[in-house]
Design a binder for this molecule. Structure first.
Ligand code: ASP
Length: 328
């Protein structure tokens, strides 16, 4: 069943780049950049080191004639299925009560999207999100309803709290009264954007979110426009990092709108990072974005050092270090 969906409409505002304390200096940006001809389609980019096996899988699907949406879903499934990645799917860190709850969303070349939030005991939320898109008139299913929908559609219930992670959580619980600090190494979404050889774009995001979060917390990874946005005429963006801030600044949507105005993916990502400067804790949290445009130009940008992203093209297959704002 094909469902038509409303489009988001949002305006964007001031710009700056490079210097933390400065306000607006648009002359530092090269507005109205012409897109360069793409020589590298298909193209897949994804967040963090685990983005590499995910991108390789996605690229394999694109190279063998699969759809760009299949590439996104199956690429992300690779990370969801890996119990050693503690921020996504099976083996993800749980909430404060020891429940692994997953957020995910997917968006296709036609602007249709699906999402799940606070999903328990189903290890492939990206696949459930895809079915929400394809089989319901809704965009987002949450919690029990999302799980029932998944079970009705053939997904299996399984305990996602692996013995290793259970031990880590029990140790945390015995020594801590507060939520885990989000700036520690306790999160890291898989966000993946793919462009096929015909220039069609889709994207997806999947995470177990903020480790030891308050039960019921939903992050940006379930929110279209925050963690992910795709416009097939323009490009796509996705996020990782402190989801609360990506939601509050509608970061991925902002990036795509900036690319629509003619900014390069890098400049567009800088706009979204710049928007975070208004928060007093800008120096302590981490938010990072990835973007690609219709012609296969891509970029990453982060407020802080150490964001890594994977790129797979016909000639290139690597994890790269993202540029970032907060330099000493
Ligand atoms: N954005 C995710 C969340 O807030 C976590 C992450 O990417 O690090 O749930």
């Amino acid at each position: 069943m094909k469902i038509s969906r409303r489009k988001f409409i949002q305006t964007t505002s001031v710009i700056s780049t490079g210097i933390l304390t400065s306000n607006v200096f648009p002359e530092k940006l090269t507005n109205k950049i012409k897109y360069t001809a793409n020589k590298e389609k298909p193209l897949v980019i994804a967040t963090w080191y685990h983005g590499l096996p995910a991108s390789e899988k996605a690229f394999e699907i694109l190279s063998s004639g699969g759809t760009v949406l299949d590439a996104v879903e199956k690429g992300i499934n690779v990370v969801e299925n890996n119990p050693n990645v503690h921020s996504v799917g099976l083996g993800g860190y749980p909430d404060a009560e020891g429940n692994v709850t997953l957020d995910s969303c997917i968006m296709d070349s036609n602007g249709n999207s699906g999402a799940v939030a606070y999903l328990n005991d189903i290890k492939n939320p990206i696949s459930v999100a895809r079915l929400v898109k394809e089989k319901t008139p809704h965009v987002l299913l949450v919690g029990k309803g999302a799980q029932e929908f998944a079970l009705k559609n053939g997904f299996k219930k399984e305990n996602l709290l692996t013995p290793e992670v259970k031990r880590i959580w029990e140790k945390w619980k015995s020594t801590n009264k507060k939520m885990h600090d989000p700036v520690k190494n306790n999160h890291d979404t898989i966000g993946l954007l793919a462009l096929d050889k015909n220039g069609n774009i889709s994207g997806g995001v999947s995470t177990s979110g903020w480790a030891y979060k308050i039960p019921g917390r939903v992050g940006d990874s379930a929110i279209i426009g925050a963690s992910l946005f795709v416009d097939n005429n323009v490009g796509a963006a996705c996020s990782t990092g402190l989801g609360e801030r990506a939601i509050e600044t509608v970061g991925s949507f902002l990036i795509v709108e900036k690319m629509r105005e003619g900014y390069s993916p890098l400049e567009a990502c800088k706009f979204a990072i710049d928007r975070l400067k208004k928060y007093d804790d800008f120096n302590s949290f981490q938010v990072s974005y990835l973007a690609l445009n219709k012609n296969g130009e891509y970029a990453a940008f982060s407020n802080k050092k150490n964001f890594k992203y994977a790129v797979v093209t016909t000639t290139f297959n690597k994890v790269l270090e993202s540029d970032y704002l907060l330099k000493p």
